[in-house]
Design a protein around this ligand. Sequence first.
Ligand SMILES: NC(=O)c1ccc[n+]([C@@H]2O[C@H](COP(=O)([O-])OP(=O)(O)OC[C@H]3O[C@@H](n4cnc5c(N)ncnc54)[C@H](O)[C@@H]3O)[C@@H](O)[C@H]2O)c1
Length: 382
Amino acid sequence: MAKKPLRIGLIGYGFMGRAHSNAYAKVGHFFDSQHEIVLQAVCARDEVKVREFADRWGYKSIETDWRKLVARPDIDLIDIAVPNNLHAEIALAAAKAGKMILCEKPLAMNPLEAEKMVEAIEAAGVPNMVWYNYRRCPAVTLAKQLIDEGRLGRIFHYRAKFLQDWTINPELPQGGTALWRLDVAAAGSGVTGDLLAHCIDTALWLNGPIHSVTAMTETFIKERKHNESGKVQKVGIDDACAFLARFENGSLATFESTRYARGHKALYTFEINGENASIAWDLHDLHRLQYFDHRDQGVVRAWRNIHVSDGDQPYLKNWWVPGLQIGYEHSFVHQVADFLKGLDTGVPARPNFRDGLATDYVVDAVLKSAQSQHWVDVQQTV
Ligand SMILES: NC(=O)c1ccc[n+]([C@@H]2O[C@H](COP(=O)([O-])OP(=O)(O)OC[C@H]3O[C@@H](n4cnc5c(N)ncnc54)[C@H](O)[C@@H]3O)[C@@H](O)[C@H]2O)c1
């Protein structure tokens, strides 16, 4: 049977533009689908650079204005891989034009924007997803399976961290490629919306809704030169954030993120402690899941270091032979594979925009709590 083309219009060719393009290039070789990805167009503002990118990755055409891309009738899906301050405007236009949307995280700068995006996409009735890719590292997906099977029993604790060290230098400017993360006008917030958003999405998926939070944030470097204005400007983002949370299932949580943890590059870790068993995961060792089951016989009871590479484990039968591991980029391939499966079966893959809003509500409650120095209840999506 002839496959149905899915014509992609990618906006942004930075870190995520590359990660997504790599996923589009690989998915058809490893996962079956009734749909076939077509790299129809890529858009960014610099014509020379976007042309180079299109040639390298095999996009058929380019645009330098995202509005023109969204208006094109030969595009089925808009992929938003640009800084956070552009997500809402592009998504609203794309939903209005009836395009499917894959949007980078965090969904929006704030819940108000995110709510409008959810409303628009649900009114348009088009397939949509947010790129919270860590759900699809096989070891994390396996953790979800173990929890859903009830192996952990009642959950008592959830502990997550996302530590980096790349902004310690006070001479590092804010604004522009990659450094837009330090500019509150482009990013919306600092580590809370950038790194903790990942931890929150995984936590909501694995352990259910968060009821309330209490947080503290700090901005260690108060002023930085802005790449666009050339002036030294106030830094408006949070450099570090730690918060406590209560989940609706009664478990207690701690979350911490910083870009000032010297020696750590992308140390995303979580540990979950249940009545019967515990699990732990570490992005620096992403193909392993640590599992402790108290019901094991005493003489052999210990933490198991599961090398997630077997065909019985999530996604792995589509890759190599048991024992050979896969890496970071595969989480994006899996996301595209699941999105296509959703189109094939009519059962949409998640996280969708509404799930992205749920994470934005937690981010918002964390930032409000840091400001008020009080516990804040998290708004829930219906
Ligand atoms: N899922 C993840 O793990 C993950 C990782 C990194 C970034 N992100 C998210 O992806 C998004 C992009 O981040 P990045 O790291 O790729 O940033 P980046 O700075 O590497 O790339 C941003 C791209 O956007 C383009 N751009 C900026 N303004 C534009 C405009 N007006 N029109 C068209 N193109 C424009 C830039 O030219 C650049 O190609 C952000 O929302 C970020 O939070 C997600």
